[in-house]
Design a protein around this ligand. Structure first.
Ligand SMILES: [Zn+2]
Length: 146
């Protein structure tokens, strides 16, 4: 995915939080619903968005989705991207229109740049189609909370 390479370089300036030592990841249900909706809306193209969250004690909580329509549009330019500076981006989520949510080589290089948790959702975009990975591409578990 070309888009992910471009964004990977740009991301160096976005992630302000480089190191967490979380033991547990929780994702708010609304965020999960947003991911399912975006993936379906964008299909058969891929979408990418960023996860907003914070760590309290040993729990990393994902409470928001920072999404720019530009990411879904391959003709757009990255210079248009403008996040609110209050966003606390802790990772990313992107979709795979196919049946695999395994990270590609480009995905792994992207994961390793910044962020704590990266989600991939595969077709047909149900909650159970989401897999979380750490920056090395190891699978990690998460819990969805109401
Ligand atoms: Zn991918």
């Amino acid at each position: 995915m070309q888009l992910i390479k471009k964004i990977g370089n740009w991301l160096k300036h976005v992630f302000e939080l480089e190191k967490f030592d979380y033991e547990k990841i929780v994702i708010e249900k609304e965020v999960v619903d947003g991911i399912l909706e975006l993936a379906q809306m964008t299909s058969p193209k891929e979408f990418i968005a960023f996860l907003e969250g914070r760590q309290r004690k040993k729990v990393l909580r994902i409470y928001g989705l920072a999404y720019q329509e530009y990411f879904a549009n391959e003709h757009s330019t990255l210079s248009k991207i403008n996040f609110p500076i209050t966003s606390r981006i802790v990772g990313s989520v992107h979709s795979h229109p196919g049946p695999s949510n395994k990270p590609s080589g480009a995905d792994l290089r992207f994961f390793s740049k910044r962020g704590m948790v990266h989600l991939i959702i595969k077709s047909p975009y149900r909650e159970k189609d989401i897999q979380a990975y750490d920056i090395k591409g190891n699978k990690i578990v998460f819990e969805v909370v109401g």
